[in-house]
Design a protein around this ligand. Structure first.
Ligand SMILES: [Zn+2]
Length: 107
């Protein structure tokens, strides 16, 4: 027996995954999960600011998104408006800082 906990079992089995029966093919190929995942990574909630939380979209109203972290609801359009407003505010800070006098280094 190997020291590797993932490789054990009767002779002829090379790994624990060999002990798991292979699932039968579904009769309806459309029910099989797609081999490639699709999604959006790195989104930040416009309400609580958390990143990579789970967002829920209801099938009865796909335009409304709920953050599973803060339970606040918002539309994707309001999220864009919120971030655009934040970007505009921070751009004003960048402009303000750019107009400030350069200070001499004090030794
Ligand atoms: Zn949130």
């Amino acid at each position: 027996m190997s020291d590797d906990p993932l490789t054990y079992g009767p002779a002829g089995t090379s790994s624990w995954t060999d002990l798991i029966p292979t699932p039968k093919q579904s009769k309806d190929p459309s029910l099989d999960p797609s081999p490639s995942r699709r999604g959006f990574v790195g989104l930040r909630c416009p309400k609580c600011g958390e990143k990579d939380v789970t967002f829920s979209i209801g099938l009865s109203n796909v335009g409304l998104i709920e953050c599973d972290d803060c339970n606040e609801e918002f539309t994707p359009e309001s999220a864009v408006a919120e971030w655009r407003e934040q970007a505009d505010l921070w751009r004003s800070v960048v402009d303000f800082v750019g107009r400030a006098p350069v200070l001499e280094e004090q030794v």
